[in-house]
Design a binder for this molecule. Sequence first.
Ligand SMILES: [Zn+2]
Length: 255
Amino acid sequence: MRRLLLAAAVLAAFIVAPAARAWTWPVEGTVLRAFALTADPYAGGQHRGIDVAAPEGSPVRAASSGTVSFVGSVPNGGKVVTIQTGSGYAVTALQLGSTAVVRGAAIEEGAIVGAVGPSSDTVTAEPHVHLGVRVAAEPEGYVDPLSLLPPRSPAAPVPQPVPLPQPVPAPQPAPAPQPVAVQQLAPVPQPAAPQLPPPPQGQPPSAQQPVQQPGAPGRSRCQSSSRLRSPSPPRRLDRCRRLDRRRRLDRCRRR
Ligand SMILES: [Zn+2]
């Protein structure tokens, strides 16, 4: 882990180092208008620099180290500062509201040369800095500043500690299945017992119905009476059977 952090720090140092080379953004803002220059320097739509947005009053830094060759104002350009670099470029910052350097001064890269002023550009109305870079020996030797400035993003990475691997949580046992709540079901209505159709007329009675013996009505009636009151032993039935009908009935009723 320590070796990895050391390697990251060394790598970051190599990445940060080129940012300290010859070019610095004058302000920290977005590019509102890009560089545009065709072979015909008098054609329309030319833009001999880039417009970098910044709030009015923001400090404007020297894009490169060199000697201040011009401080003044230009039509539609506000206050202007031009620096002659050791590498042969004339670097001009326009649309300034104020200047902080004098002609002939030696300027280090990143030093404050002025502040952003109100825009006097007819195309870019927002406050901004117009940065123009020209090969000083060529009157029309403008180059795209973006080809010289360090890339805006990503920013120089700050070595971040490598996050430790997160401990993998132990697999949790699957939750036991919850018993399904037994629903209190309403009693299912039982189907009604099928109603047996009444026996057709003229058919003999079924075996379950008591068969009326035609020859022994008294016995049947006596048996019925005895059954209704109390079970009688067969001996009593025999005696009952021997009596005449009236007496039999009376005795049966008494019991
Ligand atoms: Zn411009």
